[in-house]
Design a protein around this ligand. Structure first.
Ligand code: UD1
Ligand code: CA
Length: 457
């Protein structure tokens, strides 16, 4: 984009009554991110010098939940979209191009915005419009016989003939800042709602001989505003379908695109397979040929080529190498790092656990705060006792260690290469290289023992 400075104003002061929620509307989430965060993230890709967000209802909550470098503008009383932009402009330079976005229109595309911005750079107003079969109560675009945009009429102020127009105002526009400042100063709340309408600047532009270019939205969804939870769910499904299609085009097989949820960014190599009811959250990077079984939830993880995650497995904040097998019913918690060929089986939980190449814990184990070398085997029911009630301690296990079934490894503990822990042991002190540790009571058998009889009442 050329060198005209860009300022973005995002309107987010409204209450959103129809959500029927104690959470402000713009903080409801779509694909795991708040509506407002989507808009801010899009604004940030435009490389604007300022992103100003106008807040009013529950302003503190809204501000507190957004993690971005934006300028907050307070609008304690919502006197209309024009008033909101006025307040923002009183804090912005106003010499470049100004883009107005809505905090409840989360999926506006960068391409359409770029088109609108281009119009504004050439001195026109770039107004994002769409054609809706059912335009409901949206503002209507009034054109003259030559097809030029003349003004916007709000539904509540429109007559029967104007209401029959199907071309609508998305509310999103790009305007040369100097014009905008001047037009905003002339707004009057002379309408049914007694509000300062931003939309009135369109007729002013026409009167001042400034061209208004209608920039057609590519999809109805990108200009869809969220007013209630039904609309939110519909847009969520649209978003999910789009993400699923993107992955399928990149070579991922999806068992059922309507039963995959992506709440973050996913990169996947060719020939991955995602089974039904998989949820991928945060930043997920899959190699090629990765298979994720039904009902699994993967959050902020990197998974190597041909690794298989079996059904109903939870993975969070983990780094998993190639040719690993995890699950079914495994819980891989933050700080888990698995090298190539590791096997984590059913009902195994790991946390801050590094496992070297080829090591296995196939059934019912807890491995926390531990570094385990290569080619180890951790038997069923084995547990690292990493917590003494006050502090966490670590367990260090070398290569080729065999931990027998139902062993209790009391940390801090070192078990060196080639050591063998007998099944059922409670291990509290260092096991040296190649040693056998037996930490259990000796079995006694009592000859001729008589079982108790049922007592008579
Ligand atoms: C507005 C447009 C309408 C357009 C529709 C698209 C006006 C007058 N009308 O109508 O032409 O078709 O959007 O969705 O602009 N807001 C503030 N402060 C205010 C008023 C609103 O921040 O004082 C924010 C709201 O939080 C919301 C956005 O601006 O994010 C739109 O406001 P809303 O009241 O929904 O406008 P509409 O009446 O739907
Ligand atoms: Ca609205």
């Amino acid at each position: 984009m050329s060198s005209i400075d860009l300022d973005v104003v995002i309107l987010a002061a409204g209450q959103g009554t129809r959500m029927r929620s104690s959470t402000p509307k713009v903080l409801h989430t779509l694909a795991g991110r708040s509506l407002l965060q989507h808009v801010i993230d899009t604004a940030e890709t435009l490389t604007a010098r300022n992103v100003a967000v106008v807040v009013g209802h529950q302003a503190d909550t809204v501000q507190g939940s957004i993690d971005a470098d934006v300028r907050w503008v307070q609008q304690p009383e919502q006197l209309g979209t024009g008033h909101a932009v006025q307040l923002a402009m009183s804090q912005l330079p106003g010499d470049g191009v100004v883009v107005v976005l809505y905090g409840d229109v989360p999926l506006i595309s960068v391409q359409v915005l770029t088109n609108a911005i281009e119009s504004a750079k050439e001195g026109s107003v770039g107004l994002v419009v769409a054609d809706f079969a059912d335009p409901a109560e949206l503002g209507r675009i009034v054109r003259n016989e030559a097809g030029e945009i003349q003004r916007i009429v709000e539904f509540k102020d429109a007559d029967q003939q104007e209401r029959s127009i199907t071309e609508i105002n998305s509310g999103i526009l790009a305007v040369p800042g100097a014009h905008l400042q001047e037009w905003l100063g002339r707004l009057k709340p002379n309408n049914k709602q007694g509000e300062y309408y931003l939309t009135d600047i369109i007729a002013m532009a026409v009167a001042d001989g400034v061209a208004v270019e209608g920039v057609m939205a590519h999809t109805p969804e990108e200009v869809a505003g969220i007013n209630d939870r039904v609309q939110l769910a519909a847009l969520e499904r649209y978003y999910q379908q789009r993400e699923a299609e993107r992955l399928m085009r990149a070579g991922v097989t999806i068992a059922d695109p309507t039963r995959l949820d992506i709440r973050g960014s996913v990169e996947a190599g060719e020939d991955c397979f995602l089974d039904v009811n998989v949820v991928l959250q945060g930043k997920v990077v899959l190699g090629k040929g990765v298979r994720i079984g039904p009902g699994s939830v993967v959050t902020d993880a990197q998974i190597g080529d041909f690794t298989e995650v079996h059904a109903h497995t939870l993975i969070e904040d983990a780094s998993i190498a190639a040719h690993v097998s995890v699950g079914p019913f495994a819980r891989v918690r933050p700080g888990s790092v698995f090298a190539e060929g590791v096997r984590i089986g059913n009902f195994v939980e790991t946390k801050k656990a590094q496992l070297g190449a080829g090591s296995k814990a196939n059934h019912l184990a807890y491995l926390g705060d531990t570094v385990i070398g290569e080619a180890c085997n951790v038997g069923a029911g084995s547990v690292t006792c990493n917590y003494d009630g006050v502090n966490k301690h670590s367990t260090n296990i070398g290569d080729n260690v065999f931990v027998g079934t139902n062993s209790t490894l009391v940390a801090p503990l070192d078990i060196h290469d080639g050591a063998f822990v007998a099944a059922g042991s409670t291990v509290t002190s260092t096991v040296d290289k190649d040693d056998l540790a037996v930490g259990r009571g000796k079995q006694r058998n009592i000859k001729g023992w008589v079982r108790p009889d049922k007592r008579k009442e």
